[in-house]
Write a protein that binds this ligand. Structure first.
Ligand code: SF4
Length: 87
């Protein structure tokens, strides 16, 4: 995978192009962007996955799309009013 092509394991952890990578967090489990390197799991998109979940949900997560779709569902009452008006 592109992100980890230049990855090296150092005493501080896994580094890519000078960035220190933090392992994924439990909320990342199941995401397609999770990559394994040297026995640890990292994110293909972010060096620090935990910070992506600080304000709720990681916007790049591939495994939580269903919940997002459900949350943004149209208000059923408004939808039925629209339908009644023939729009
Ligand atoms: S894209 Fe988000 S959810 Fe997926 S591994 Fe990276 S930080 Fe975790």
């Amino acid at each position: 995978m592109a992100l980890l092509q230049n990855a090296t394991k150092t005493a501080d952890g896994v580094q890519v192009n000078g960035f220190l990578l933090s392992p994924i967090i439990d909320k990342c489990e199941g995401c397609d962007r999770v990559l394994e390197f040297e026995g640890e799991n990292f994110c293909a998109s972010y060096p620090n996955p935990a910070s992506k979940w600080n304000d709720g949900r990681c916007n790049f997560a591939t495994h939580v799309k269903v919940e997002v779709a459900a949350a943004s569902k149209v208000n059923p009452l408004k939808a039925s009013k629209r339908a009644a008006k023939g729009r």
